[in-house]
Design a protein around this ligand. Structure first.
Ligand code: DON
Length: 533
């Protein structure tokens, strides 16, 4: 079964499974397909994180293919002469483009964990066909292109692909042909990832980044590596929670939040009751305060992961948490563990017949990334380096704060919130999940796990249920529409500043119980959970 945010891509993954591929083969095919069918988030020019669970070996691997800052990245790269953060630099120029990791990550997963029944080129083939033959613009593309018009319209190379004329993006019913992208994919299919990192495609990517004001070199591309890391592990109500380690903050804080919350009888307090939401929000504030202080690329800073994910630290945090009153964020500081708007990233979950699983989240950061198609390649480039903390006290596009641990540096990976997660029960895959949502990803994944494990929902109920979010700063409890007015009033009475805001997340989950699989693609978007036979 494949649950992804785009139906054609889900079908392509299922087709690989039906032809005898394993979950990793399918994940590689889906990853390349989404770069064609969901270009606002599926990508070759971005990066992400993949968890692979191998049932026979009872082993889970974390593949970090996050973008990396170019060698020439000074500490103050996003600041003006006066030391002020200029968001324009990280969000809208070539300086924000990180060295893309997706091609390396997918190729690495295929080479090490694929079934061996499919060559890389066979897994890329469906994506090439879709790019070369084109398809009719509908659903997500038709909605998301006009929203990104300003960013996309800046570049002639982007307009050539995504515009129907000088001023308008393609519309529902238009055909989208991506011939340059088909050619780039073919080169990767024929020559392997070196076509991207040390060949014609790579030189064009570098030229585009530099023309947009960035400092990336071919040397940066050549030295890019996907990195295998030890997944983080926690436990919750008899399940093992296997999650993404830094440079994503996702795993650390999903586990930390589950640890804090496991002492409360949330199920009997009630799903989305004011008391349950209050406890979640108070825990979330502390987790995001810790994130801002401690989290960064583990190859550059020591992240106190053991403390952050320990039950003892969670107990201490709980001790400071009032069950009646919201604590103002201004009073909350990080602890001592040593002792905005739409969903532009995308997640997919895959489980094969043998119980192998892949949980993958990848992104260009903004919808369509920087908006720049590298001329001659069809490849949209990311603006992921906005995830660095440009300076103390400056927030990025998702309102995230950070400090030295996540400061820009040469060849460093910016901190992420992406949280592909797998839950194991008695060593077997029980739940595979993840979501886009920028800073909200952590709390979305938290609530999905709580919905399923604590509140006994199935993955479809969990996908549809109302979500809430608090990220410490700004000090507001964000909720989706659908929470009852009396719940909102009770939360306000506890001192929460409640804001009803647009939908949160696009969760793609699969649950498994023996041979029984259930998939759910978030109803907020138009994906598909597709089952093979
Ligand atoms: O890595 C991160 O945390 C962000 N760049 C993810 C961006 C994202 O999820 C956009 N979707 N809303």
């Amino acid at each position: 079964m494949v649950a992804s945010q785009e139906a054609r891509a889900s079908r392509i993954g299922v087709d690989i499974l039906e032809r005898g591929g394993n979950a990793v083969d399918a994940a590689v095919a889906v990853g390349f397909a989404l770069a064609v069918t969901l270009p606002r988030a599926g990508n070759l020019g971005g990066g992400g994180f993949m968890l692979v669970h191998l049932a026979a070996l009872k082993k889970t691997i974390a593949i970090d293919y996050r973008e990396t800052a170019p060698f020439d990245t000074p500490h103050d790269v996003f600041l003006d002469e006066g030391g002020r953060f200029v968001p324009e630099r990280s969000q809208s120029t070539g300086l924000g483009v990180g060295v893309p990791g997706t091609v390396a990550g997918l190729a690495h997963a295929h080479a090490k964990y694929g079934s061996g029944r499919f060559s890389l080129s066979q897994l890329i083939a469906p994506a090439i066909t879709l790019a070369r033959d084109g398809f009719i613009v509908d659903d997500d593309l038709a909605d998301s292109l006009p929203q990104a018009l300003e960013r996309l319209g800046r570049y002639p190379s982007t307009r050539a692909v995504f515009f129907r004329n000088e001023t308008e993006t393609k519309q529902r019913g238009d055909q989208l042909l991506q011939l340059d992208l088909a050619e780039s994919l073919s080169q990767i299919a024929q020559q392997g990832p070196q076509a991207f990192y040390d060949g014609g495609v790579g030189s064009r990517v570098v030229a585009a980044v530099r023309a947009a004001g960035g400092r990336m070199t071919l040397e940066d591309l050549k030295s890019y590596r996907a990195i295998e890391r030890e997944p983080l592990r926690g436990s919750f109500r008899g399940r093992e929670v296997v999650a993404m380690p830094p440079p994503s903050s996702g795993g650390a804080h999903v586990i930390q939040l589950l640890n804090i919350l496991e002492a409360y009888p949330l199920a009997s307090l009630g799903h989305n009751s004011a008391q349950t939401i209050h406890l979640m929000a108070e825990a979330m504030k502390r987790a995001y305060a810790d994130r801002a202080e401690f989290l960064g690329d583990p190859d550059f800073v020591v992240v106190p992961l053991r403390g952050l994910t320990s039950k003892a630290y969670a107990a201490q945090v709980r001790g400071e948490l009032s069950s009646d009153r919201a604590r103002p964020s201004a009073d909350i500081r990080h602890g001592e563990p040593l002792a905005y708007e739409s969903d532009q990233t995308t997640h997919y979950s895959i489980v094969d017949k043998d119980g192998n699983a892949v949980s993958n989240t990848y992104t260009l950061n903004f919808s369509y990334g920087l908006g720049l198609v590298a001329p001659g390649t069809g490849i949209l480039l990311n603006n992921e380096l906005d995830d660095f903390a440009a300076r103390e006290g400056a927030s990025n596009a998702y309102g995230m704060l950070g400090g030295e641990a996540n400061a820009p540096a040469s060849r460093k990976r910016p901190l992420s919130s992406m949280s592909p997660t797998i839950l194991l029960r008695d060593g077997e895959v029980e739940l595979v999940t993840g979501s886009p949502g920028g800073s909200r990803i952590i709390t979305i994944v938290l609530q999905t796990i709580l919905d399923v494990v604590e509140h006994g929902m199935n993955v479809a109920e969990a996908a549809a249920s109302v979500r809430v979010h608090h990220q410490w700063q700004p000090d507001e409890l964000r909720i989706e529409r659908g929470l009852s007015l009396d719940t909102i009033r009770l939360l306000q009475a506890k001192g929460h500043s409640v804001r009803v805001a647009p939908t949160i997340g696009s969760v793609q989950s699969i649950s498994r119980s023996g041979a029984w699989l259930m998939g759910a693609s978030d109803p907020r978007q138009r994906g598909a959970a597709t089952l093979g036979h």
